[in-house]
Every structure is written in C-alpha cells, then in structure tokens.
Design a protein around this ligand. Sequence first.
Ligand SMILES: NC(=O)c1ccc[n+]([C@@H]2O[C@H](COP(=O)([O-])OP(=O)(O)OC[C@H]3O[C@@H](n4cnc5c(N)ncnc54)[C@H](O)[C@@H]3O)[C@@H](O)[C@H]2O)c1
Length: 336
Amino acid sequence: MKVLVTGASGRVGANMVRRLLAADAEVRALVMPGDPQAAKLAGLSDVEVVPADLGDQAAIDAACAGVTHVVHLAAQLVRGDTPVDRFFDVNAFGTLRLLEGAVRAGGVERFLLASTDGTYRPGDPPRVPLDESTPQEPADYYGTAKLLGEVILRNHAAQFDIPFAITRFATVVSPEEAGAVFTLGYLRELLGRVALGRDSNLWQLFREHPELVTLLDQAAGDAPASTPTVLTGPGGAPWSIHLVDVRDAVEGVYLALTHPDALGRAFNIAGPAPTSFDDGAAVLADGGPTLTVELPIRWRLEMTVDAARDTLGYRPRHDYRSMVASVHDDYVPARV
Ligand SMILES: NC(=O)c1ccc[n+]([C@@H]2O[C@H](COP(=O)([O-])OP(=O)(O)OC[C@H]3O[C@@H](n4cnc5c(N)ncnc54)[C@H](O)[C@@H]3O)[C@@H](O)[C@H]2O)c1
C-alpha cells in the first residue's frame, strides 16, 4: 500500500503518517509549502515529503502519481481572518482537485476523506446522539465546505468508480490540549464566539443569548483562567461535548482506509462516550473545587459510533481522563 496523506503536518496527519509506517505502508506526505509544522515529519527517513498547495492542480497530479490510497486530511479549519471563499476553495475544490489527481493517476484502491461533526449543525444539533443518517445541514462556512467535499467525493466515486470512505470526526483533541478543555479560559473563548455573530460555527447556540459571556464572568469573579468549570443549562441540566483523542481518530481512519466493509460509507469517529461538563471539570479538579455556571440554554453535542464499532471494529481507547493523563505518551503534539 502506498498512501498519499494530505494535511500530513497537522494534528491528525502527523500521527497518521506514523500509524501507516507502523503498518509497513509507504507514505507520501503532502504539506503546505513553507509550513513550519512540517518539522513534525523530520527524521522519518522513509517518508517522501511533498510540498503542494491544494490549489495547485499540477502539484497535486504529481503527488498522486503511483499511490494506491489517499488519506485526505488537509483542510481550512480556523475562521479568524480567513476569507470566506478560502473555506470552499480548500475544503471543497481542494478535494475535487485531489480526486482529479487520483483519476488522472489511474485511480486508487481507496480514497479516505476526513469530514466532521460540523456537518451536523453543531450549534443546534438535530439529534442526540447524532448518527450518520442525521440530516447534514451545517449553516456555517466550514461545515458547509466540508459537506461539499463529501458530496464532490460521492459524485466522483460514482462517475469514476473510486472506492471511498468518509470519517466524520468529533472534536479532535491532542493529549497536551486536553487539559484546557473544561477550564474557565477555554469556555470563555467558546462562549466569546458570540462576538463573531453568524461567522461562528456555533451561532445558532448563541443567537438569542449575547449575555452568555457576561453570565460566565459574573459567576467567575476573579477566578483564574485555569479553573475547572462546569456549564449547565436551566435547572442544572448537563451540557456535553463529544471529543476524540487524536490517537483514536487515527485508528478510525486506518480502519476506514483498510476495512473492506467501509467501502462507500461514512462513519462517525468519536471517543468512547460524550463527556459531560460535570465529568470533564471533575477530572481536571481531581477532587478540588470546580466552578459551576448555570446558563439559560443547554448544549449537547453527542455522536454515536455504533456504525464504526459494528462494521469496522472501531474501539476508541481514550476517554477524557485518559487523554489528560496521556500528555507524556507517544504521539506527535498538535503543534511543534
Ligand atoms: N480538529 C478537529 O477538531 C476536527 C474535527 C472534525 C474534523 N476535522 C477534520 O480532520 C482533518 C484534520 O484536522 P486537524 O485537526 O489535523 O487539522 P490541522 O489544522 O491540524 O491540519 C490541517 C492541515 O491541512 C493543511 N492545509 C490547509 N490548507 C491547505 C492547502 N491549501 N493545501 C495543502 N494543505 C493545506 C495545513 O497545513 C495543516 O497541516 C481536517 O480535514 C478537519 O476538517 C478536525
């Protein structure tokens, strides 16, 4: 198996490259030209590193030559100052260019696309838990562009007989990032996305409630940003989020890339269970105090991984406690 991995210097990609090497695959790693994070691949003498932008069809065609499998992880994730059309150019048309490259190179045995829970409208999820048959109506640039990537893949697969699979990740967390998730500082940033208005992927959660950050700050007083913090809905109704450790995400991709029954299907890839904010903050507090803030809304973003478990044998190993405890384990951190 000779695998082209896009986004190979990313959070998932750098770990995916190592997972494939461990399975004795040949790996060609596509990275953004000039990306300093490509240093994550230094020292992997067996890996062919190919700088190429997903906007550059000729470079993509060259990168696709001779590969049997594609793992397409590269994406534009962060809103920031990113022009809106870049989400579509990278996540949708970048996927199209890669598929064109694969077709021109004579086809591949499997094309794996990484997609997202963001295609299920994370600010107002239509179901709890979300399964793969949930309507995908994202209502933000990122989720919509990722969904377009899925649609383009399905079209190309039908038109050019490309064997494919899709993984839809929950929020991917690298162990060194995990300790921040249920802290006051992280949640202030999360709720602070209200300032982005409809540019936020969670705007539907916030649209009626611009006061959320004020409520949080009033409850927090001068508590430090590292304070383990529980958000609840009215009457203490628990909030929850589904995380996936980057190592489990990698395993899900590997299974979807190699399992015969993955063909033509999409699989949610998430941790063993959603994490309630109660449980997450308790892990961080380790017996110490937590701050609890009751808000006028409830948020539950939960997925089921039944399809990946039953079809692929996917068994995620890392719950939130395990992520936090794994900081010194063997993985590549999100950023170097
Ligand atoms: N991180 C998450 O919480 C999350 C959740 C759901 C789905 N996903 C999906 O998983 C995949 C991997 O995510 P990640 O967390 O590793 O992201 P990341 O930001 O760490 O990595 C993305 C990579 O894509 C590369 N890239 C961006 N634009 C490019 C372009 N024009 N040409 C070539 N390369 C380009 C970046 O250089 C980077 O290495 C993405 O497809 C993302 O949409 C991530």
